[in-house]
Design a protein around this ligand. Structure first.
Ligand SMILES: Cc1ncc(COP(=O)(O)O)c(C=O)c1O
Length: 391
């Protein structure tokens, strides 16, 4: 089906190694797109491959009627490094959002039947299944697909007055936000905004929920992006990088919500896949115990410095650099055609970059990126911009 035809590149990948992908014709590409924020450790990380083999030789699937040791260990590590609570595992990001909507509904039935509505930000993205789609505030994605009948209230980001008014007047159940809006245009929320929204949520007993599906797993230089602001959510959604390249997602429900599901309220056949969970344990070990989170933070600072220099060098082409850590939007003040040509030329030169919202170059590189790789990318970008503006 042609569902990806707009963004597809005519490249057939043969193998991946570290920060590089190789196509079937032997070309090498520096992968700065990272499988849409999944490959936090790059490709074929030796520890990830080792775990894949070891767990593969034990068991791949057992169903949810037995104890799944890799998943139990993973849930424990996630909770130890986020909020006190319980974890439900799913497979995709959208399924994590669906689980969150159902959990919030259950909480409502027990604690606040008079309340209604989940507050989300304009341009937010929470997935494409029907429940998640209702929370996603992008008309091109939402289109005219059928909508389930729970209430969703959209507010402008960083507008505390509007948020306060909505919370006071509409008495919603929950606020759900991406700490850095991803496909909405790599828009980071300020720490102050997150702190003030948390305060409002506490004051009016509204659930404070973070969609960390794209921002989690070290992408923004902390395990979860909300941690930059020192806030403490009631619910965290995660996916993408956690499975080391295999599907795995879930929610971490804090103390308020952790007992809202009872037996039979929710479930799925495949999750938590023991293999994905074992990979998740390896990913978290490398990030948290082997220093990769810290190393990725240093590389992100290096990359930001270089990009900022480039922006100063080309003020007519590059308007701003935004995002956080290894989640970067390079906003161009040229038109969509120019940016598409820039991307095409960079790909021809062996650099995989993405474009979102037509004029924003999106980078989601692995945390394992090296300074030399960054230097090569910056040199190619500099050369490409010079060629395009002088042609
Ligand atoms: C913030 C956010 N939420 C939800 C999703 C949906 O995840 P999935 O595509 O795995 O269903 C995404 C995917 O990009 C996302 O970035």
């Amino acid at each position: 089906m042609p569902t990806y035809s707009q963004s597809k590149l005519p490249i057939a990948i043969e193998k991946g190694e570290g920060s590089y992908l190789y196509d079937t014709e032997g070309n090498r590409y520096l992968d700065l797109f990272g499988g849409l924020a999944v490959n936090v450790l790059g490709h074929s990380h030796p520890e990830v491959v080792k775990t894949l083999k070891e767990q593969g030789e034990k068991f791949l699937h057992i169903s949810n009627i037995y104890l799944n040791q890799p998943a139990i260990q993973l849930a424990k590590t996630l909770v130890d490094h986020s909020i006190r609570g319980k974890v439900f595992f799913a497979n995709s990001g959208a399924e994590a959002t669906e689980a969150a909507v159902k959990l919030i509904h259950k909480w409502r039935m027990k604690h606040a039947p008079e309340r209604n509505g989940i507050v989300v930000l304009e341009k937010s993205f929470h997935g494409r299944t029907l429940g998640a789609l209702k929370l996603t505030r992008q008309p091109g994605v939402q289109q005219d697909f059928p909508q389930p009948d729970f209430e969703v209230i959209e507010v402008e980001k960083e507008n505390l007055t509007e948020m306060e008014k909505v919370i006071q007047e509409r008495q919603p159940l929950a606020v759900l936000m991406e700490p850095v809006l991803g496909s909405g245009g790599i828009l980071p929320l300020s720490e102050k905004y997150l702190q003030e929204v948390e305060k409002l949520c506490r004051q009016y007993e509204v659930l404070f929920c973070m969609d960390e599906i794209q921002t989690g797993m070290g992408r923004t230089s902390k395990l979860f992006a909300y941690q930059h602001a020192g806030v403490s959510p009631d619910l965290i959604l995660f996916a993408k990088g956690i499975g080391g390249g295999l599907p795995l997602s879930g929610i971490i429900a804090g103390e308020k919500l952790e007992n809202s599901f009872s037996s039979g309220d929710h479930g799925t056949t495949f999750a938590p896949s023991p293999l994905s969970a074992a990979l998740g344990n390896t990913v978290l070990r490398i990030l948290l115990e082997e220093g990769q989170l810290q190393d990725g933070r240093e590389k992100a600072i290096y990359l930001w410095d270089k990009l900022t220099d480039l922006k100063e060098q080309f003020p007519e082409t590059l308007a701003s650099i935004r995002g956080r850590g290894m989640m970067i939007g390079i906003v161009s003040n040229k038109d969509a055609e120019f940016v598409a040509e820039l991307r095409k030329t960079m790909v021809e030169k062996g650099f995989l970059i993405d474009v979102t919202q037509k004029t924003i170059i999106r980078l989601l590189p692995p945390l394992t990126l090296t300074e030399e790789e960054i230097d090569t990318f910056i040199a190619a970008l500099q050369q490409t911009i010079t060629e395009l503006i002088s042609s």
